[in-house]
Design a protein around this ligand. Structure first.
Ligand SMILES: [Zn+2]
Length: 253
C-alpha cells in the first residue's frame, strides 16, 4: 500500500469511530438534558416550598392576632355589662368597634395568605406531575444510553486497535498533516478525485469541485504520494475502480 492508501484506511476507520461515538454522544446529550430539567424542577420546588412555609407562618401570625383580639373583645364586653355610666359604656363601645375593625383586617390578611398558599400548593402539584413525567423520560434515556454504550463498546475498542496499528505503518509527517485536517475538516479531511473528462484530462476535487492539475492526478495514480487539493487543502485519493480503469491501456477502453 502506498501512503495515500494507508491514509485512506485510517480515514475510514476514523470515520466509523466518529460515527459510532456521535450516536452515543446524542444519547448522552439527551440524558444530560433530562437530568438538567429535573434539577430545574427541584430548584423551583425548593423555592415554592420556602414561599409556602413563609405564607403559613404569616397566616398563623394573623390568626394568633385574631384570637388575641377576640379575647380582648370578650373581656371588654364583660366590662360593658357592668358599666356604671353612659359615658363609660360609650367608651367601651368605641373600643369594641375599634378592635372589631382591627380583627376584620387581620382576618382579611389571614384569608389572603391562605389563598396564596392554596395557589402555591397547586403549583407544587403541577411540578410534581412534571417531575414524575420527566423521571420516566430520564429512565428511558438512561437505559438507551447504557444500551448504546454496551452495543458499541466492543466495536469502538476494536476500531481503536485497528487505527493504532494502521497509524504505526504511516510516516509521521503524513500522519500529522492528516490529523490536523481531521481536526479542522472532520469527515472532509480526505476526498476522492472525480473524473470529468479523461480525454481532456479534466478532473476535480470531490470535496470542493475545483479542477485539479493532471500532474497531481498522475502523481496519485503512479506513486500514491500525499497530494492535497490546492483549493480546499483536503488530502486527495483515487477510488480503486477509477484507478484500475485509468491504468488500462487506452486501446482496451
Ligand atoms: Zn478541494
Amino acid at each position: 500500500m502506498n501512503v495515500t492508501q494507508k491514509l485512506l484506511s485510517v480515514f475510514k476507520v476514523d470515520k466509523q469511530y466518529r460515527g459510532l461515538r456521535s450516536r452515543l454522544s446524542a444519547a448522552e446529550k439527551f440524558l444530560a438534558e433530562q437530568n438538567k430539567q429535573i434539577e430545574q424542577i427541584d430548584a423551583k420546588k425548593a423555592s415554592l416550598d420556602a414561599q409556602l412555609r413563609q405564607l403559613q407562618a404569616a397566616g398563623a401570625n394573623f390568626e394568633g392576632e385574631m384570637k388575641r383580639l377576640d379575647a380582648r373583645m370578650a373581656s371588654i364586653r364583660e366590662q360593658m355589662d357592668s358599666a356604671q355610666t353612659n359615658k363609660e359604656y360609650k367608651a367601651f363601645l368605641t373600643e369594641v368597634n375599634t378592635i372589631k375593625a382591627e380583627r376584620d383586617r387581620q382576618e382579611t390578611s389571614a384569608l389572603e395568605q391562605m389563598s396564596k398558599a392554596e395557589e402555591i400548593r397547586r403549583q407544587l402539584d403541577e411540578l410534581q406531575k412534571s417531575r414524575t413525567e420527566r423521571e420516566r423520560v430520564q429512565a428511558v434515556a438512561t437505559s438507551e444510553r447504557d444500551q448504546r454504550a454496551a452495543e458499541i463498546n466492543d466495536k469502538l475498542t476494536d476500531l481503536k486497535g485497528q487505527r493504532e496499528s494502521l497509524a504505526k505503518d504511516l510516516p509521521k509527517d503524513a500522519l500529522q498533516v492528516f490529523e490536523r485536517l481531521i481536526q479542522t475538516r472532520g469527515d472532509e479531511a480526505m476526498a476522492h478525485i472525480e473524473e470529468v473528462d479523461r480525454k481532456r484530462h479534466e478532473y476535480h476535487c470531490g470535496a470542493c469541485m475545483m479542477a485539479l492539475p493532471i500532474e497531481a492526478v498522475n502523481g496519485l495514480l503512479v506513486s500514491g504520494k500525499l497530494t492535497k487539493c490546492a483549493s480546499c487543502q483536503c488530502i486527495l485519493y483515487i477510488e480503486e475502480e477509477l484507478a484500475k480503469s485509468m491504468k488500462e491501456p487506452a486501446g482496451k477502453r
